[in-house]
Design a protein around this ligand. Structure first.
Ligand SMILES: [Zn+2]
Ligand SMILES: [Zn+2]
Ligand SMILES: [Zn+2]
Length: 155
């Protein structure tokens, strides 16, 4: 059995519905159905992602080698997609993508490595200002401690 994507010759990695995809197309399929949150309505199809995908698997922000699945390394190295505009996307590692958070400002990615952008207060803060959260790609909560405590008080 081969990967369900077009004429891909790779061995299947995982099933999705009736299809069975190789590692690469499984990851791109998840991206295409929007498991990576997007502010934009335009979803890229698996075919479109396959066309623009760079086989070198180098993060467009930090130049590290990326992986397709956390089974083969660290979650922070998994390839993700960032939508800049309706038509323009970049592939980047989970670590870079999560530092950038929900901001559509590319400059956020130039902040120093020990900082992380909080999408709530819109400030880049030291990473120790974020609670640990092992369910997330970078091991840190999505919003800073201060914003989290404000949110808790509102509940
Ligand atoms: Zn494939
Ligand atoms: Zn990166
Ligand atoms: Zn905050």
């Amino acid at each position: 059995m081969k990967c369900s994507f077009k004429k891909c010759e790779n061995n299947p990695f995982k099933n999705h519905g009736n299809a069975s995809y190789c590692l690469k197309h499984y990851r791109l399929m998840l991206i295409s159905i929007g498991i990576c949150n997007s502010n934009y309505n335009k979803r890229f199809t698996l075919g479109e992602l396959d066309t623009i995908f760079d086989e070198n698997m180098i993060c467009s922000i930090c130049n590290k080698n990326m992986i397709f699945h956390r089974l083969f390394g660290k979650a922070k190295d998994v390839v993700t997609v960032q939508h800049w505009t309706e038509k323009d996307i970049s592939f980047m590692c989970m670590e870079c993508n999560s530092r950038h958070g929900a901001s559509d400002n590319p400059n956020v990615l130039n902040i120093s490595k020990n900082l992380k952008w909080c999408p709530h207060c819109k400030i880049a803060k030291n990473k120790n200002q974020f609670h640990k959260d092992n369910t997330r790609g970078d091991g840190l909560s999505g919003i800073c401690k201060n914003c989290k405590s404000i949110k808790m008080k509102q509940i």
